[in-house]
Ligand binder design. Structure first.
Ligand code: ZN
Length: 482
């Protein structure tokens, strides 16, 4: 009998379920994801079983899905380890706040030619869910192993702001760094009166002003044409410190990384729209300093609020997006669209203009699909969850900018159980549930019942992700010329 069959037989004899696609063999060792009741673990037998921590029974070692065992798994089966996405034109960020979504995500991307960033969390998300980067990567590694998915995935330290955060992400195994420069972008400077802008500009070190004026003033620039002094002054005031910071962080990544790491520059989390001229100058400065960029996330026109459709003028969006794409093509990186969950109305433009050379980030939408499972199967838990989310929404609004109002949500005490799944389709309740995930997951009553239900309805959760993420991919790829 083969080693694989021996393992399957031993595990099944012990009354456990074996995830059939997970069974794999390397270096005289067989491993599989197995499940007893609602608890999963890794079953290992053979030469390298000693590298894993767990309890032996009947010749099989049963190992918890810990970060240590994830490291041992990545060493034994290298396809479970995150890698750089360079060379893959179409990449999609699929942050998984629960650590449960990866099997659904890898099923969802099948057939679309998208390289997934299955581990993708910001420091804010880690804090709100009490997880570490190592936890997030371990969940993705076990998820790809469960599915027998071998085509590679990335791990994005998303919206990192400082060098210590970058160090933390890289040491945990992240293969992509998204640098959020927002704290060094002086957004107020864009709104100054001409006199105030002139005065503020005079405070900028002389050599800095001289450099920008010599490089950009009244020159015919690629993609954006000419800049006059007021325009250039505004760009310098708003961005010059962010450019210094970005270069500094890039050097830090180069000095710290032990493998290929993708570098994304994010200027999206500012209150103002990024103009093509701003985009061009920022990147041109960084390229002149030798900084290599894999993707840039400008703040596009219109509102990209979490978990709901795009709000804004689609013609304005398309007009700017074309110029941003020209800039990206000029330098040779891809645009990155953040808060991409559920922005179906812009996806055909994004796909058509980029011709599938783009990065799109989705995050909390897989959390909402999980809440939909609750609404479908456990009305009492959903009602309690819903009321808690409404009550605590003001706390969550400190982290997330949203514009829907709670009085747009029908009173749940007046609605039947059959109505409950509708709350996931109503923009105001959808958004309320979207932003309160951290507060809910910090509640033991919620967390325990929620994870138990999702374990019981595992396949249904995956099917929901295939349908919902699949819809994103269908729109994004619909107008790519074959
Ligand atoms: Zn962002």
């Amino acid at each position: 009998m083969s080693k694989k069959n021996e393992l399957i037989q031993a595990v099944e004899a012990a009354g456990l379920y074996v995830y059939p696609k997970s069974v794999d063999e390397a270096e005289g060792t067989v491993a599989a994801i197995v499940r007893k009741g609602i608890d999963k673990c890794l079953a290992v037998a053979g030469d390298k079983a000693c590298c894993f921590t767990g309890e032996e029974a009947g010749g099989v070692k049963y190992c918890p899905l810990s970060t240590e065992n994830a490291k041992a798994l990545m060493a034994l089966f290298p396809y479970t380890k995150p890698v750089s996405h360079r060379g893959h034109p179409f990449t999609i960020g699929l942050g998984d706040r629960l650590g449960l979504a990866t099997p659904g995500h890898v099923r969802a991307i099948a057939g679309y030619g998208a390289f997934p960033i299955l581990a993708q969390q910001s420091i804010r998300e880690l804090n709100l869910t009490s997880r570490t980067f190592a936890d997030v990567i371990a969940a993705a590694a076990f998820g790809v192993f469960q599915e027998g998915y071998k085509d590679g995935y990335g791990a994005d330290g998303d919206h990192l702001k400082t060098k210590p955060e970058i160090t933390y992400a890289l040491e945990s195994g992240c293969t992509m760094i998204t640098l959020d420069c927002s704290e060094h972008i002086d957004i107020k400077a864009a709104a100054l009166s001409p006199e105030a802008a002139e005065a503020a500009y005079a405070e900028v070190p002389e050599e800095v002003r001289k450099h920008y004026e010599e490089t950009y003033l009244n020159k015919e620039l690629p993609c954006i044409g000419k800049l006059d002094l007021p325009e250039l002054r505004s760009i310098v005031l708003v961005f010059w410190k962010a450019i210094v910071h970005a270069e500094d962080c890039f050097r830090h990544i180069e000095a710290t990384r032990t493998t290929d790491v993708d570098f994304e520059l994010s200027i999206d989390e500012t209150l103002t729209i990024t103009s093509p001229a701003e985009h061009f100058v920022v990147v041109n400065e960084l390229y002149a300093k030798g900084v290599k960029i894999d993707s840039v996330a400008p703040h596009f026109s219109g509102a990209f609020e979490k978990g709901v459709e795009y709000a804004g003028n689609l013609n304005d969006f398309a007009r700017d997006f074309v110029v941003h794409q020209e800039i990206a093509d000029h330098f040779g990186y891809k645009l990155s669209v953040h808060s991409g969950s559920d922005k179906f109305s812009v996806f055909s433009t994004v796909g058509r203009v980029t011709q599938g050379h783009v990065h799109v980030k989705t995050a909390g939408t897989n959390w909402l699909e999980a809440v939909a499972v609750v609404a479908e199967h456990d009305p009492d838990l959903y009602r309690r969850t819903h009321k808690f989310a409404l009550e605590h929404r003001p706390e969550a609004e400190k982290y997330y900018h949203v514009t829907t109002k709670v009085d747009e949500i029908p009173n749940i005490d007046l609605e039947s159980d059959a109505y409950l799944p509708e709350y996931l389709h109503l923009v105001a309740s959808r958004q309320t549930l979207h932003i309160t995930y951290g507060l809910l997951l910090a509640e033991p009553w919620f967390k325990e019942a929620f994870y138990k239900l999702l374990a019981e309805k595992e396949e249904e959760y995956y099917a929901r992700l295939v349908s919902h993420i699949g819809k994103h991919l269908r729109f994004l790829t619909a107008e790519i010329k074959k």
